[in-house]
Design a protein around this ligand. Sequence first.
Ligand code: AKB
Length: 314
Amino acid sequence: MKRILITGALGQIGSELTLKLRDIYGTDNVIATDIKKNNSEAAQSGPFETVDVTDLNKMVEIAKKYNVDTVMHLAALLSATAEAKPVFAWNLNMGGLMNGLETARELNAQFFTPSSIGAFGPSTPKDQTPQDTIMRPTTMYGVNKVAGELLADYYFHKFGVDTRGLRFPGLISYVAMPGGGTTDYAVEIYYEAVKNGKYTSYIDKGTYMDMMYMPDALNAIVDLMEADSAKLQHRNSFNVTAMSFDPEEIAASIAKYVPGFEISYDVDPARQKIADSWPNSIDARAAKEEWGFKFEYDLDRMTKDMLEKLRQKL
Ligand code: AKB
């Protein structure tokens, strides 16, 4: 049985991960934390504490109060926001991560944090990007993610902290909106399809990025954290992906279920530049071989489920 502290528990991943972990490990064994409380199910359905991840003393205090054996550090700025506020992003993303790792070290806890396809850069091989390859990102978010992967490896080798991570692609979900990411268009497009039957994309046609449906991402986190430590060669962090598409292909998938759906373009140069520096598709073989990574949703299956769920919600 685990006793888990989650930071950023009310964000895009945390809102759903908190509930899934409460189902698996018991409500009282999953302590949600975020900088502010809200009315969401993750905040209301079990233990919640207000924690600013730049405050190490508070994080350690809460971890000790609940005697946790696992820290899942999700609090971070996404790529577009980090690019707009690079100094703030460095302080929050790196300071928060360092505090999460220190908390795990102090409590001798297992540790998870997400990395991203943003850790790759323009000199990385673009297609079927290997697990181990050139990583010279040109965004502040990417710099944070590469440094974060190295830091998590350092805590494993230096202090024996059981650190684990996933390089997530764009994550798509109908529960909590992402905020400030480059891949957010692939979430917004479903909302607009249900509300208005059309969408204006800030990412240009022909721009391929990896994506994954949230239920697969949550299963990947649980499976990685349950995997036999001795089998993990890579730890921080594993490439994972379920699909790669451009705006035309997601629009074509939506048009199968929303007759007459139309996509148009008004490209945002800032986010397009970030997307252009990322891979078209990544290779998830190491995750499959080392801990059995798998996914259930391809593009059309995800589209069908997203549209059904959003029609009920909106
Ligand atoms: C973003 O777009 O910033 C994130 C990511 C791929 O890490 N969704």
